[in-house]
Ligand binder design. Sequence first.
Ligand SMILES: [Ca+2]
Ligand SMILES: [Ca+2]
Length: 304
Amino acid sequence: MPTIPRSAGLWLAAALIAGVVSCKAERPAAERASTAPERIVRENLQIPPDEDVRQPAIEVPEGMVHVPRGGFRMGCDEAADGPCSAAERPSRQVWVSGFFLDATEVTVGAFTACVKAGSCSQAVAAGECNFGEKERDSFPINCVTWDQAIQFCAWAGKRLPTEAEWEKAARGTDGRPYPWGRDAPDAGGTFRANWGEGLARNLWVRDQWEYDAPVGFYPNGAGPFGALDQAGNVSEWVADGYREGYDPEDTMDPVVGPTAAGRAVRGGSFREYARRLKTFARDWHEPTFWYSHVGFRCARDAPR
Ligand SMILES: [Ca+2]
Ligand SMILES: [Ca+2]
């Protein structure tokens, strides 16, 4: 039996050790990447990796905010949100495609430009209405019917948001009861919205405005995607017809056509209790009437 010289044996042992170490150091990068956690996250989202990670940034139109596609919890759940009205139930997961939403309510200035262009009919100018009043350009247009809101958004190359879009923009994906979070509108002495509180007018003006305020007056009231005044100031027409309660099966970009009750209105206004400011609170109005506490904002489809 041949013998390996002692010196050669030591060399072989050293080479083996070096080989093992070298082999570990040169493990292919692709093999290491296959266990990276981000791959698991994408699989759970069921979105192809290319679509998920390699898209260019979205260009957001001026004066709008971007609400990315995805699910959120729409409606009121007694356990999470406290007492719910029948109109606000059932709470369920809803998928909403990506869209842009006006950062503020449509202003008197913007609406007047549409009237001057011959594309919008005049808003009513009386009493608490803002149209035609001096130094009101930065206030929300009010006293407009649902049809006039449709007219304006079309002129601007936009449309009214659906009720689901409006609620997602206000509520985000964490189920918050107000656009800014869970704090009351006046928590810590900071006012986050313009609202009223019953019959006592001295309570209405604590937020500095008895009636409507210029849009964007409360930066601390911004929602999860940056929209302002979704809670309070003027209530807002949305595209949907009003039905008391939601269809639990209609969960992909839901929208309700015209109903006998009227059109849905969201967000509460300067003349309503804080409860009406909640992200899931609902109201409705007759679409051919106008109201001094109702305005609107517009939306537009996003590329994804
Ligand atoms: Ca007020
Ligand atoms: Ca509002």
